[in-house]
Ligand binder design. Structure first.
Ligand SMILES: [Zn+2]
Ligand SMILES: [Zn+2]
Length: 824
């Protein structure tokens, strides 16, 4: 659902069409998306926050960026550091995921035996999660020349996740200390779990974890988590090796794409460099030994297990690495993706083609040789190598930000000084630590423990989009004030009424636990392009009702249809408007129906009334935008093998915790209206609760209006179909969530540097689509379901009723409105 610049800066409003609306549809289609175009410009009246001034050049030269080298960066050629003049290339065979040495011994034995035929040693590294340090197999391996290295104690993917930085450090540290307990073993190297398939590698890791020490004072010296692709872009590479027989790129085909992970699609893999098979230094503390692309995982993902093409490509990679006088580590597993015989054949190829020009070393040997060559036999952090400054300052090739025109650099600097105004994370955290910011492929990116539920595990924003908005925003600061008005009306019925949202409620609600409301916001002059947004405490407003209310308003106020929208807060404890999800209740007693009809008429009148009232109350005003965050949304779509398996709490599932906030202020600065969005269902109150309530959205609006006297607070629920409030179950919890949101709005409004003025020009679009539905049950299936006492039976009886009256069950939702409003 990425129709806005910042995926998550959308208001999700809820028009409903026809008679087959179900909640699941909400997650399938962007309904009304109100998007805020961020304006990366800091106006004179809105000074940047004091503190760090992002220097674009410093960001480009960030030493913690693990993807720093480009093809023409300075190189540490293998003969320079390996200690003999014959060796042109070093290969580290580094197998992953060990917990059970017996399995690894069985799998590796042919490989180790073949290596020993070369020079009596078996130079292999085992990236280990956990072992018993006294396992005798380990001593036997160490004697043969293997090294036991680190892969994190718990193998979390991604390493940084769940907002829990300490957990990531802990699993990293515990693994180091464990491997150091093995007598005679001194771990030096780390590999990030899942680095071959997902964006699990972050500059934040190198700055804040790798560069530290364990509680026992231990640290590692090598990371081998960055992938290296050979491509034909490198003129030094022979075409027959870097291209396949058909003339296509031999290695780029393995670029990970299309992986499903935690309900999100991974489409943009950033964890790689190209044509740079050399060691480099990260953050002054870490040797990076790049991994050859593909790993055995990505090879089998593309072309199946044990594929001979994989082996051919690995052989070509060895030839290219010799030609480049480079190094790589081969990432493989004993998981059935590649056979030990194939790794033996690879060694065979290296020996027979290149003889002593290729050396197989383990990571410990690599670290010793690098340290001897460049650090006087000490570690990187003990003695910085002489080349470091030269490497660091040779950033010609990776100039992206500082290659922009001067004016754009100013815009970008302004954005990054107060990124929270644009819904972006900070470059540095408030505590001064690295926040995982980097630039990749003309995008600003962040990878940290807060981004683990996002697509690609990243915040990823095109630089050009930021700049476009920034250029436009300059004019916004000079705009005249525009008319803005807002109004609120109580829409609580004073008679019993059926609620909807849960199929188990078959009796009327006779009390209101709290009053419910409709609210309206009118922006712009009537002779220009006026926009009118209504929010209403309700589960869903049928399109027929929306259209009739629009016609009545448009008869009195000039307003284009695409500039009119009704947003239901999707409270599951509000009166049922019968065109919405009619299949939830197949049978409704006549007296219930009569009172529902009365409510529908009264609500329509009140919606017209509140809209006209908002227009009448317009005063000259300015619009301001800011972002905050609230934590009570919890993903509710439990997946099994990538498929929906029911409702549940999914802590690592995708949710959008951001709170975009629009504020309108009059000429004196007084608040006229607030529009706040949070992507979460209004389902704190469950089906056991049969009283009228606006749930958390109603509470938040009421609290904000109490706080800011005279202002109207509209609340929308964002792209919230996949999220439930957590915890949930009681009216009191709904009040608490409302309090949480209201407090966050208050914080955004009052803290320095959180809001910025935006253009009052709203771009509105409306189109209608045929929304196809899933498979329609057969008559037989419906007849079987019809006896069910719950919502399944009700739905079946409703559809059977359609069939019996000669109507087909619709296979799509016709004329489904998709509406976008972009502010600024
Ligand atoms: Zn729902
Ligand atoms: Zn692994």
């Amino acid at each position: 659902m990425s129709v806005s610049f910042f995926r998550t800066a959308c208001f999700f409003l809820l028009p409903v069409r026809g008679d087959v609306m179900i909640c699941r549809i909400l997650s399938a289609v962007a309904l009304l998306l109100v998007c805020f175009h961020p304006h990366p410009f800091v106006g004179a009246q809105e000074q940047p926050l004091p503190g760090s001034q992002p220097d674009l050049r410093a960001l480009e030269q960030d030493p913690a960026n693990p993807w720093h080298p480009r093809m023409d960066s300075p190189r540490l050629l293998t003969p320079e550091w390996v200690g003999d003049q014959t060796t042109q290339a070093v290969i580290v065979l580094a197998i992953d995921d060990m917990r059970d040495p017996a399995k690894y011994e069985a799998w590796l034995r042919p490989v180790l035996n073949r290596l020993k035929q070369i020079d009596g040693r078996a130079g292999v590294s085992i990236m280990t999660n956990d072992v018993r340090p006294d396992d005798p197999q380990l001593q036997s391996w160490l004697g043969e020349g293997l090294s036991i290295e680190c892969h994190s104690a718990d193998h979390p993917c991604p390493l940084l996740q769940g907002g829990d930085f300490a957990k990531a450090k802990s699993t990293y540290d515990r693994c180091i200390d464990r491997m150091a307990e093995i007598p005679g073993n001194r771990p030096v190297a780390f590999r990030t779990p899942c680095c071959d398939s997902l964006n699990t590698v972050s500059p934040r890791f190198f700055a804040e974890i790798f560069s530290g020490t364990t509680a026992a004072g231990r640290y590692l010296q090598i990371d081998s988590s960055v992938f290296m692709f050979f491509t034909s872009r490198d003129p030094e590479l022979t075409k027959d090796r870097v291209l396949d027989a058909q003339g296509a790129e031999r290695f780029l085909k393995y670029m990970p794409k299309g992986n499903r992970f935690g309900g999100n699609l991974q489409q943009h893999f950033v964890n790689y460099v190209d044509n740079y098979p050399y060691p480099w230094v990260i953050n002054g503390t870490c040797w990076q030994i790049p991994c050859l692309a593909p790993s055995d995982w990505s090879a089998q993902h593309l072309q199946g297990v044990h594929n001979p093409v994989t082996l051919d490509d690995w052989k070509a990679a060895i030839d290219l690495t010799v030609a480049k006088r480079g190094v790589f580590s081969l990432v493989f597993h004993p998981h059935g993706w590649i056979k030990p015989e194939q790794v033996v054949e690879l060694i065979e190829h290296a020996v027979s083609t290149h003889g002593p020009r290729v050396k197989f070393l383990n990571f410990r040997e690599v670290s010793e040789r690098l340290n001897n060559a460049y650090c006087g036999g000490r570690t990187l952090r003990e003695q910085a190598p002489a080349f470091l400054e030269q490497h660091r300052s040779s950033v010609k090739a990776q100039r992206v930000l500082t290659a922009l025109p001067e004016q754009d650099q100013q815009v970008l600097t302004a954005v990054l000084q107060s990124p929270q105004r644009f819904g972006l994370p900070p470059v540095r955290r408030p505590d001064g630590t690295h926040n995982g910011f980097f630039v990749h492929d003309q995008h600003l990116c962040w990878q940290n423990e807060e981004t683990s539920t996002l697509p690609d595990l990243l915040v990823r924003v095109p630089i050009e989009t930021v700049l476009q908005q920034g250029r436009r925003s300059v004019a916004a600061q000079q705009e005249p004030l525009i008319p803005v008005g807002a109004a609120v009306v109580d829409v609580t019925p004073d008679y019993p009424v059926r609620l909807t949202g849960y199929g188990n409620r078959l009796t009327e609600a006779s009390t209101a636990a709290v009053r419910i409301h409709a609210r309206a916001l009118a922006v712009g002059a009537a002779d220009d392009l006026q926009s009118l947004l209504l929010t209403v405490d309700n589960c869903g407003v049928p399109l027929e009702l929306t259209e009739s209310v629009y016609q009545r308003i448009a008869a009195q106020v000039k307003i284009p249809r695409e500039r009119f929208a009704i947003s239901a807060t999707h409270s599951h404890s509000a009166p049922w408007l019968r065109g919405f999800a009619p299949n939830i209740f197949a049978e409704v007693p006549a007296d219930h129906g009569a009172r529902l009809a009365q409510y529908e008429v009264e609500l329509a009148d009140k919606l017209v009334q509140v809209a006209l009232s908002a227009v009448q109350q317009q005063v000259p005003a300015t619009l301001h935008l800011g972002y905050g965050e609230a934590g009570f949304a919890m993903n509710r779509r439990a997946l099994k093998d990538g498929r929906w398996s029911g409702f549940g709490e999914v802590p690592d599932g995708p949710v959008d915790k951001r709170v975009p906030l629009l504020a309108a202020r009059d000429a004196s600065g007084k608040l006229v209206a607030l529009l706040v969005n949070y992507a979460c269902h209004c389902t704190t109150e469950t089906g056991e609760f049969n009283q009228i309530s606006g749930d958390w959205a109603g509470f938040a609006a009421d609290m904000l209006e109490a706080e800011y006297s005279g202002a109207v607070a509209l609340v929308a629920i964002g792209c919230g179909a996949d999220a439930n409030p957590s915890p949930r179950g009681t009216h009191e919890q709904a009040r608490q969530h409302g309090r949480t949101l209201a407090d966050e709005v208050k914080r955004i409004l009052t803290a320095d540097g959180q809001m910025r003025r935006i253009s009052a020009r709203i771009t509105a679009q409306l189109s209608r689509i045929d929304l196809p539905l899933g498979r329609i049950p057969t008559r037989e299936e419906l007849q079987q379901e019809a006896a069910d006492k719950g919502v399944t039976g009700s739905r079946a009886r409703y559809f059977l009723g359609l069939l019996e009256s000669g109507k087909p069950i619709p296979s799509s939702v016709p004329d489904y409105p998709v509406q976008t409003w972009c502010f600024g």
